[in-house]
Design a protein around this ligand. Structure first.
Ligand code: NDP
Ligand code: X2W
Length: 350
């Protein structure tokens, strides 16, 4: 994509992820025009963005617009990129229309993340109707897929649990340090915003209590396994707080490996990645909530060759919106952190 001023639409701008995206794109120096789209049945259709997100009053007061065939016909080919913060099936149905009009698509749903179309009926509850696009889509784990993202016109931005889990796992599995056929356990804990803005009894204030859910059937299990190239058991938990997510992975390493080997793969993977913070202590949700960072710490038990790695992120930012902006930056040839974190000042002698 050309690095000039960009015209962008966010579809699903009234939702939690959409709101974070709008805030980030609104402050991006290379974006000149933003269109905020909602569905034809939206409660937000007559409102503007700051009516439902008052913390952004006087920062973004753009009106919501209704996404319709006419709107697409009249506006889509003037856009440079579109972001889908919509349900999975909505993204699948919309992507081709924009790609045909040469609009770059950043999909924040799970609509294009799995390469094996036969997994969609099992884990998403629908037959995938865009198998060719599924083949072309690039998985947008920003720190691991820079070149592929740069070239792609359809980027499947990873899910929140997969982002944290893969950032923890990939330094080990991509260097084949894990014991072949060993059990890999991935335990995730998410705040309630992970379930979206729509009302639901299970996620209402009085009902939420720390508990596992969707054990052995969560759609993020095949996503993590696909991208780490290992089978994992994924145990998601819902916790009674708003934002942030922790993923703790436990795996056996091959015999003979040392602390230094583990250290080396994490340093090599992340020493030049400013959004990834390798810590000397266990990550905490409070340190990453409302930030685009991923905090990681690990410990290695060399007697049993077991390593435990923990990664914390904000589910709506590194787990969705800020990672999508990293992907946009990459397609523009910019450093992925552009406009997400302030540039470090050099040392001053005066
Ligand atoms: N919450 C999270 O932590 C994460 C969510 N995701 C994914 O991001 C996507 C959005 O999630 P989230 O923001 O949490 O969900 P919300 O329920 O908060 O928002 C969904 C949005 O989609 C819009 N929408 C629904 N149907 C349509 C349609 N037919 N056409 C256009 N817009 C439509 C809704 O608008 P309206 O109803 O006003 O029309 C709303 O703005 C989902 O695919 C989710 O799986 C990804 C990573 C993390
Ligand atoms: C707490 C909670 O409900 N979390 C969501 C995951 C949110 C996410 O990452 O979403 P997608 O893969 O849907 O894009 C869930 O478990 O379904």
């Amino acid at each position: 994509m050309q690095n000039t001023y960009l015209k962008i639409a966010v579809i699903g701008a009234s939702g939690y992820v959409g709101a974070e995206l709008v805030e980030l794109l609104n402050q991006h120096p290379l974006i000149s025009e933003l269109q905020l789209m909602v569905s034809q049945s939206s409660d937000a259709s007559n409102l503007c963005f700051s009516d439902i997100h008052p913390r952004l009053k006087n920062i973004c007061d753009l009106p919501f617009q209704i996404l319709s065939e006419t709107w697409i016909e009249q506006n889509a080919d003037k856009l440079d990129a579109v972001f889908f913060a919509t349900p999975h099936d909505v993204s699948v149905n919309l992507a081709q229309i924009f790609i045909t009009k040469k609009v770059k698509v950043f999909d924040l749903s799970g609509g294009f993340r799995l390469k094996d179309a036969s997994k969609y009926p099992v884990f998403y509850g629908f037959e995938h109707q865009q198998v060719q696009l599924l083949t072309n889509a690039v998985y947008g784990l920003a720190e691991w897929q820079y070149e592929a993202i740069e070239r792609s016109n359809l980027i499947a931005v990873p899910g929140c649990y997969p982002t944290a889990s893969l950032l923890a796992l990939k330094p080990l599995t991509s260097n084949r340090l894990h014991l072949k056929n060993g059990l890999i356990a991935v335990n995730g804990i998410s705040g309630v915003s992970g379930a979206g803005r729509k009302t639901n009894l299970a996620t209402s204030f009085n009902e939420v209590s720390l508990a596992p859910y969707n054990i052995l059937q969560h759609r993020h299990q095949p996503e993590i396994s696909q991208e780490a190239s290992v089978e994992v058991v994924f145990n998601p938990h819902l916790a009674p707080y708003k934002r942030g997510l922790l993923s703790t992975v436990t795996l056996n390493l091959k015999s003979g490996l040392t602390q230094a080997d583990v250290e080396q793969v994490f340093t090599q993977a992340y020493q030049d990645q400013p959004m990834i913070r390798l810590l000397g202590t266990w990550p905490r949700i409070d340190n990453v909530a409302h930030t685009p960072f991923a905090d990681i710490h690990w410990q290695f038990d060399d007697k049993n060759q077991v390593v435990v790695v923990c990664c914390a992120i904000d589910n709506l930012l590194k787990g969705a919106a800020s990672q999508a902006v990293q992907c946009l930056n990459i397609t523009l040839g910019l450093p992925s952190q552009h406009s997400l974190i302030p540039e470090k000042k050099g040392s001053r002698n005066d």
